[in-house]
Design a protein around this ligand. Structure first.
Ligand SMILES: [Cu+2]
Length: 275
């Protein structure tokens, strides 16, 4: 059997045609992705912590794209040179130890580095939030987001599912003084520019996913759990809240809005809500 070094292979019109079609498809995929990315790409970044997520995303995309294109080009080269014909089987060889060891080791090293970097970014995003962060509770329901602020006492009132009604969507206990100054909105999340925020995410019914694309935050809302995320909004403006978990027939309308405003504007708004 031929070895890799000595095999000349053979050129055949079918192999040529396959290779050319493959290369055209790869070129179309790459150019198409670049073209589409002008329209559909990451939305503008508006949080401090999101920069690490973006960096890792671009690095992973660059490495995997490069490997994808290289592998497809090589696949074309091999079909071009070594295709089977009616008279002859495809030329092949086995057990090239050097090649096998190198592609296994290189892949293992690159993936280990990428996964470790991902672990570091994850740990950074999940370190304890800074003291003095704004605290907000977000409760997902079919199909909207109930946002609760604890009020001047900085304490959320007790809630109980049996107290939930049309006028008390979170079931806040009226007997608990901590709940009397709580402010609840529907789909309206106000945050303060350059001020970290801790968000406690809950769900009233099924699993939803609290998704803030501009802040690179995505966290499942699970019934019976309060899951915490935190980040620092960096740029004032209006941003969407989306649900990233298919949660029922109205999933697509489960949208809210984040407004990042100045400290004064935030306090004025919250005060207005309490009156
Ligand atoms: Cu949902």
């Amino acid at each position: 059997m031929d070895s890799l070094e000595t095999s000349k292979g053979r050129i055949h019109s079918t192999g040529k045609a396959f290779a050319v079609v493959l290369w055209i498809l790869v070129a179309a995929a790459v150019l198409g992705t670049i073209g589409a990315s002008r329209r559909w790409w990451l939305p503008p970044l508006a949080s401090t912590q999101g920069a690490d997520v973006d960096r890792l995303f671009y690095l992973t995309l660059a490495i995997t794209s490069l490997v994808f294109v290289l592998v497809q080009i090589l696949l074309g080269v091999f079909v071009y040179r070594f295709i089977a014909t009616k008279e002859e089987r495809a030329a092949s060889w086995h057990e090239h130890r050097g090649l096998e060891v190198s592609w296994t080791l290189i892949t293992a090293v690159v993936l280990t580095i990428l996964i470790s970097m991902g672990g570091l970014v994850w740990a950074k995003l999940h370190q304890p939030p800074p003291a003095g962060a704004l605290v907000v509770e977000v409760t997902a329901e079919q199909f909207g987001w109930r946002i609760r602020y604890p009020g001047p006492d900085e304490k959320f009132g007790r809630t109980a599912p049996q107290l939930i009604s049309a006028t008390n969507p979170l079931g806040i206990d009226p007997a608990d003084p901590a709940g009397q100054d709580d402010v609840v909105t529907l789909n309206d999340l106000r945050l303060v520019e350059n001020h970290p925020v801790r968000i406690l995410i809950r769900s009233k019914d099924v699993i939803h996913s609290f998704f803030l694309p501009n802040f690179r935050i995505k966290q499942d809302a699970v019934p019976g759990m309060a899951v915490e995320v935190w980040f620092t909004p960096r740029v004032a403006g209006d941003y969407p809240i989306a649900c990233a978990e298919l949660c029922g027939v109205g999933h697509y309308i489960m949208r809210g809005q984040v407004k990042v405003v100045s400290q004064e504007e935030f306090e004025r708004w919250l005060q207005g809500k309490r009156e």
